[in-house]
Design a protein around this ligand. Structure first.
Ligand code: PGA
Length: 236
């Protein structure tokens, strides 16, 4: 099965010129062979989406209503119009800073699927939850509430231990693999599971080959075209 390598640019870079430079740097390195296997998805900030093309695009968030009086929100229909094929849903930063709940994640995931796009639903535990031996309970809750009524064969789950995101403290490959098995037991063997949390060119191989994740969600390292290309080449 094709691996899926997703770049989450978060709220970076600060201007369109830089966004185009990073994108072009990446596109140049990703020749057709690299592009066909694995699948590469770039998720830039909303406002850059219309300016970038040549690699599959995804969004970092969406709203579940199609249109209307929802100031500041962006609907899946709008993202589809811009050529997005994927939408990241329920990233831990959205849960933490924008109070997203599992119920909201569920509505967003359904809206993405209804529009024919693929949701990448993020789940994962905090350091405190891990230390309190609550990891499995948290994942179970995020899955039962967030993915209620959803055809799991049509989505991607990103296991992102929150303590590993942006910290340089990536999850041990063995432990990530164990969590993947736990998530598989709670879901279905048809679901794609990718890993995220300080993934980089040095540790990518472990997640992709040893732990056999279906792909990676890459934040910081995806803004460096050279490093991101190295990650992609490990997923071939
Ligand atoms: P990171 O971010 O690779 O910078 O840890 C991953 C993510 O938040 O998706």
């Amino acid at each position: 099965m094709k691996k899926l390598i997703v770049a989450n640019w978060k709220m970076n870079p600060i201007n369109i010129q830089e966004a185009q430079d990073i994108f072009e740097g990446l596109r140049k390195r990703c020749d057709l062979a690299l592009r066909s296997n694995p699948e590469i998805v770039i998720c830039p900030p909303f406002i850059y989406l219309s300016q970038l093309s040549g690699i599959t695009l995804g969004a970092q968030n969406c709203y579940w209503e199609e249109k209307g009086a929802y100031t500041g929100e962006v609907s899946v229909a709008m993202l589809k119009e811009l050529g997005c094929q994927y939408v990241i849903v329920g990233h831990s930063e959205r849960r933490k800073y924008f109070m997203e709940t599992d119920e909201m994640v569920n509505k967003k995931t359904k809206a993405v699927l209804e529009a024919g796009l693929t949701p990448i639903v993020c789940i994962g535990e905090t350091q405190e939850e891990r230390e309190g031996d609550k990891t499995e309970a948290i994942l179970e809750e995020e899955i039962t509430k967030g993915l209620e009524g959803i055809d799991l064969s049509k989505i991607v789950i990103a296991y992102e231990p929150i303590w590993a995101i942006g910290t340089g403290n990536a999850c041990d490959v063995d432990e990530a693999q164990r969590m993947k098995e736990v998530i598989l037991k709670m879901t279905s063997k048809d679901v794609k599971i990718i890993y995220g949390g300080s993934a980089n060119a040095s540790n990518a191989e472990g997640y992709l080959k040893q732990a056999n994740f279906d792909g990676l969600l890459v934040g910081g390292a995806s803004l460096n075209p050279q490093e991101f290309t190295q990650i992609i080449s490990l997923a071939k």
